[in-house]
Design a protein around this ligand. Sequence first.
Ligand SMILES: *[C@@H]1O[C@H](CO)[C@@H](O)[C@H](O)[C@H]1NC(C)=O
Ligand SMILES: *[C@@H]1O[C@H](CO)[C@@H](O)[C@H](O)[C@H]1NC(C)=O
Ligand SMILES: *[C@@H]1O[C@H](CO)[C@@H](O)[C@H](O)[C@H]1NC(C)=O
Ligand SMILES: *[C@@H]1O[C@H](CO)[C@@H](O)[C@H](O)[C@H]1NC(C)=O
Ligand SMILES: *[C@@H]1O[C@H](CO)[C@@H](O)[C@H](O)[C@H]1NC(C)=O
Ligand SMILES: *[C@@H]1O[C@H](CO)[C@@H](O)[C@H](O)[C@H]1NC(C)=O
Length: 656
Amino acid sequence: CFTCSYFTWFYLCLLVLSVLFFSCTAPWYGNLKIKNFASSQPGAGPEPGDVVSAFTVSTLGGTFSYLPGALNGSLVIHAFTNKSGFLESLWSSESSLTSLVDGLPDSTQVLFLSLDDSAVSDVLWMREQLQRVAMRRKEVLAQLHFSPVPVFALGNWIPSVFYYWGCVGHNCGLSQAVFTCDGCKMPIVIKRLDARYDWLVARWSSSSYQLVDVGDGCDLSPSVAGSVAWVSEVNCSFFNKVQNMAQSNAAGVLVYSLPGNPIQDMNCVGDECNYPLNIPAAMVHEEVWVTLALRSGQLVNVSFQTTPSPNFFIGIDQQGTLAEMGWFLYPAFNFINWQAQWFEFVAGLKTKLQSPAKVVSVFDKITMQGEKGAVATVDLPLDLWDFDTLQLDLSLSCPSRRDSSCAQWDHTVQLFLCCDELSSFCNTELGRWITAFRRGIGRWLTDVSPLLPLLNRNRCTFTLKTVPWAMPWIASLSLRFSISNQTDGARKLHPFRVMPLFSGGTFDKSYNKRYWPTKLPIPKSSKKVELYAVITGHGSDENGCGEFCVTSHHFLINSIYNNTLTFDSAGTALGCTMRVKDGAVPNEHGTWLYGRGGWCDGLQVDPWRVDITKQLDLSESESNTVVYFGLFDGMDPDPAQQPGYIIMSSFLIFYK
Ligand SMILES: *[C@@H]1O[C@H](CO)[C@@H](O)[C@H](O)[C@H]1NC(C)=O
Ligand SMILES: *[C@@H]1O[C@H](CO)[C@@H](O)[C@H](O)[C@H]1NC(C)=O
Ligand SMILES: *[C@@H]1O[C@H](CO)[C@@H](O)[C@H](O)[C@H]1NC(C)=O
Ligand SMILES: *[C@@H]1O[C@H](CO)[C@@H](O)[C@H](O)[C@H]1NC(C)=O
Ligand SMILES: *[C@@H]1O[C@H](CO)[C@@H](O)[C@H](O)[C@H]1NC(C)=O
Ligand SMILES: *[C@@H]1O[C@H](CO)[C@@H](O)[C@H](O)[C@H]1NC(C)=O
């Protein structure tokens, strides 16, 4: 196969390529023919969930052999191409390289390949980059394998996956800047890397813009109004450049690197991030012809395009099945680490699901959508007193096996229970989750044992819902009843009564005015009393409350005991990446990485449980009280605009 060099003969090359296309593609698709993928339809390609075949490839040090399931760990395969500004930055940035060396789970192997004719020099360079930063943790190098055989020459199933899972956008595909001028024979096309998605939200339009040279962009330049600024990387921060150009009414900014310098991930630092800037920006290499043409007064136009490419990443989990790696929102190897941590989580989850339990299936791949959500009435043919543990096993997947079919946005999902329509407990919340933004891999076990007494009927109706305007999710839910291991040989106490306490509401200055001290009638036979609360903060006032601000929630017992839950990680840059080990779905679209008020995208909301037996006077059943209040920054909330809200279910659980 033949690949275009970017800078010269672009159109001629395109022509040659399009002629070659069919002869090039035929072998990829020819290879697919179900030989390797038993579950695929003829003609279709490999899909996530297919079991892969064994393979062996030559590497710089010898060979790498893969046998599904034999690794006792996951495998990530990465295909590099220097036609991608994103990949160039991924492999040049010191912090990105360091993150792989420091954070790759021990159970994960990585196979590095190149898509291009330059595979030998590419992987030699890649190995050198990692060896340099691996000085202090050399053992990681044993997990990294570099093959000098280009992807198109591998002759196994790997090329078919990379090409069939080809992509565009989200740092996959080839983002490019296209320069044209009157009298120029051919456009010049170069790779670009757009500024960090969550710093500069504005995107390039499909228009053609005039390009204006403004030197270093460290001062205002009125001449750039309505045009794209051509700016050198020197003399001031990316933020200063973009801010100056925005104030000069530029339509966008192209920052070029000094000769020999790599393309970098343009981002804001510290307080800079608090200033919203509304123009797009990207980094490129300097195209000397462009600078010279502009300085000689020639009109140069620039436009922006993204050309589809093979995928850059494939995952294979512990069991040897194919998996997508999700979106890499910025050039950092952390995204490999997070997906690998998640493979470990799933392997652990599958082990947990082997433990003995009475399993009652509620939903089996049912569509959850609209006002109704997913509803099922099931028989519970069991004696609750035989069990002390109830876990909810929920998975949310998508209409197809690809993440691209998954619903956007992160929405709250709630499971409501009704075992007796006349009871005040009908429609009590049994579980809460947040959907994973455009990823269909989430599966979570949530321990809701204290709520066992609510299932004291033979037949109960379960309703799983999110907002009615959300795209559909395919939900599966099982109830897992089991007996916990008794460490001391004593019979564990059983929950026998649930008493509802407080619910949340709008998080404004009257939030706490609605809560009054409540008397706690304690059932006579109680041996233990537990506080159980599921609390999440949502919405965004001027302080980011309740999703991105630190709120605290207090249950004051008998005016003395202050039981406090604080959402410390809300608003932190990487708060939810810390929860990937616990099952938070990694590499989602959007800002899944940020810490939030009691929740993460693609994760269950864990109930908060406190044993408060010692805080109560169990002999005086009428004398105990509880009151709740919620604070922002240690004080009553007092938002100036658009108050957020708190969703809360809280109960006292009595055990005997
Ligand atoms: C597989 O890996 C897990 C966790 O990394 C470890 O506990 C287990 O002992 C390993 N099993 C084998 C057979 O190596
Ligand atoms: C990648 O391309 C850039 C210019 O586009 C060049 O400076 C750099 O040396 C290339 N890297 C490799 C590994 O070929
Ligand atoms: C160049 O860009 C200007 C807008 O800045 C546009 O009006 C013009 O049509 C473009 N020229 C070409 C040849 O695309
Ligand atoms: C960077 O600043 C120096 C000193 O002010 C100046 O001479 C130089 O021209 C600047 N570089 C660019 C590309 O404007
Ligand atoms: C209880 O202990 C047994 C044997 O030690 C173990 O196999 C089982 O997984 C444990 N069950 C739970 C729920 O921890
Ligand atoms: C409970 O604790 C919080 C923070 O620790 C504090 O702000 C609040 O005043 C305390 N309330 C009482 C009644 O002690």
